[in-house]
Design a protein around this ligand. Structure first.
Ligand code: GDP
Ligand code: ZN
Length: 460
């Protein structure tokens, strides 16, 4: 049931602060149009048709002062994201002006939206299911176009469709259980048990397919933790500078991802890398960097991918060999750098020592860096990069629930094999149906829903 607060009109800035030239202030609720009209000079918004956009000015009705030149979009319920009236004010005046407009709306009847409240309304009003709601959050956080694509794909309900199909399969079998009980002349228990086991296996296969996408999905979402290692002077900082050049750097509004902190995000051919512990290898104010041993070890521990740089113009040193050994168990690319100075360590020679990818580069002359990028891409996205219609599981909650459902279905098969009475096996079978329903929100407890929405950014 709706609570009182869910009828009121909410407002928030819905674009990331300080990004791009245009900001959007968004309102949703019964009074959205009325409130916007109080501060808008231009067309009478209460009279305009739905889904139209209007040029005009935001004027403070108390002082008569013009705040900004704007475009206002009016969208009336029910064909809106929240299924309520929505007004969006596109302004270009920067953060101070945008805030001023928001304050005006709050002063004329709107309430500041809680984080995720727009999306929550869309969910509460039946516009989207939970996987779609989570996708909205993922879009907000998407760090590369590919990640965004996957999120958009889900928003269109790809995952929802798959999960609902699985639930239906289970439900159909459960319906048969009832039928079998009505025909006592055949061995209902045996038939029912076999059906449940078969369906369980069929659904497990589908869950496995989804789980396979989860690892790639997590990488797309969070970035692949990458450590650049090597002894002093081999070219770590040079590589870091190359990777974080502005066309590759990903600006995020996630706390802790700015330049002087330990993590930076870059997009390499669509693969989001989270460069870990870069503060240690970034030259600041000509100070010579010192990478403490503990520090690079910590970076190594966190890394999913290691870029190990060697100076190929010199013979391998003990220190090099120690690093080769230390990073041996990791996904790794060995970079033989400074090829412009003549190569003492060759690609072929190195490949005899390791099965890792080996690339020769001159970072200084920007030679072969494209091959390095392609290698990074191939290492992680062979097979999935081009399949745009792929449904992916992209978050921990979904993964966890899929694993739980899988376990329940495995228990069903196990019980059937052990001739456990059907109604006992049926408990896990029904349980799996419930668990899958939690993924889409068809059977999600309220607390979970509140938790989930509170993670959203403000204004979404
Ligand atoms: P770090 O100590 O591992 O971070 O190494 P730096 O990136 O600071 O590089 C040390 C020195 O090697 C700098 O003078 C770089 O310009 C130089 N350097 C980096 N890459 C190359 C390369 O491919 N060829 C040559 N000749 N010099 C390089
Ligand atoms: Zn350096």
């Amino acid at each position: 049931a709706k609570t009182l607060t869910e009828f009121d009109t909410i407002a928030a800035i819905s674009t990331p602060i300080g990004e791009g030239g245009i900001s959007i202030v968004r309102m949703s609720g019964e009074d959205a149009v009325k409130i916007a009209n109080k501060v808008f000079k231009g067309a009478n918004l209460t009279k305009v048709p739905t889904h139209t956009i209007h040029y005009g000015h935001i004027v403070d009705p108390d002082t008569g002062k013009t705040i900004d030149e704007v475009m206002v979009t009016v969208m009336r319920a029910p064909k809106t994201f929240t299924r309520e009236d929505i007004v969006e004010i596109n302004c270009h005046g920067g953060i101070v002006v945008t805030n001023h407009i928001l304050q005006l709306l709050l002063g004329h009847g709107a309430r500041m939206a809680d984080p995720g409240e727009f999306t929550k309304r869309a969910f509460v009003n039946g516009r989207i299911d939970l996987t779609q709601a989570e996708s909205v959050m993922d879009i907000v956080r998407a760090k590369t176009d590919k990640a965004r694509q996957v999120a958009v794909q889900q928003l269109s309900g790809g995952l929802l469709k798959k999960i609902r199909a699985m639930r239906k399969e289970i439900l159909n079998t459960l319906a048969n259980v009832e039928v079998n009980i009505d025909y006592p002349e055949y061995d209902a228990d045996t038939v029912t048990a076999k059906q449940m086991a078969d369906t369980s296996q069929s659904v497990i296969n589908k869950i496995n397919q989804l789980l396979k996408t989860a690892q790639e999905g997590t990488v797309l979402r969070n970035g692949l933790a990458t450590a650049i290692v090597g002894r002093p002077n081999v070219g770590k900082s040079s590589l870091l500078n190359y990777l974080t050049k502005s066309d590759k750097a990903i600006v995020t509004d996630v706390a802790g991802t700015t330049r002087d902190t330990l993590e930076e995000y870059v997009s390499i051919k669509g693969v989001p890398l989270k460069l870990v512990d870069t503060a240690g290898i970034r030259h600041t104010n000509n100070k010579v960097e010192k990478i403490g041993v503990e520090r690079s070890e910590a970076a190594l521990k966190k890394a999913d991918l290691v870029l190990l740089i060697l100076d190929s113009s010199e013979e391998l040193t003990d220190e090099d060999m120690a690093l080769v050994k230390e990073t041996d168990g990791k996904k790794r690319i060995i970079i033989l750098n400074k090829t412009d100075l003549g190569q003492k360590i060759t690609t072929a020679g190195m490949r005899k020592l390791t099965s890792s990818a080996v690339i020769s580069t001159s970072i200084l002359k920007e030679k072969n860096l494209d091959e390095l990028e392609n290698t990074i891409k191939k290492l992680f996205f062979s097979g999935i990069e081009n399949s745009n219609d792929q449904v992916m599981v992209t978050n921990q909650r979904q993964t966890g629930l899929l694993q739980k459902a899988k376990k329940q279905l495995q228990d069903v098969i196990h019980a059937v094999n052990k001739d456990v009475p059907v109604d006992i096996a049926q408990i896990d079978f029904t349980g799996a149906w419930d668990t899958l329903g939690e993924i889409t929100g068809d059977s999600a407890p309220d607390e979970l829903i509140n938790d989930l929405f509170s993670q959203f950014c403000l204004g979404k």
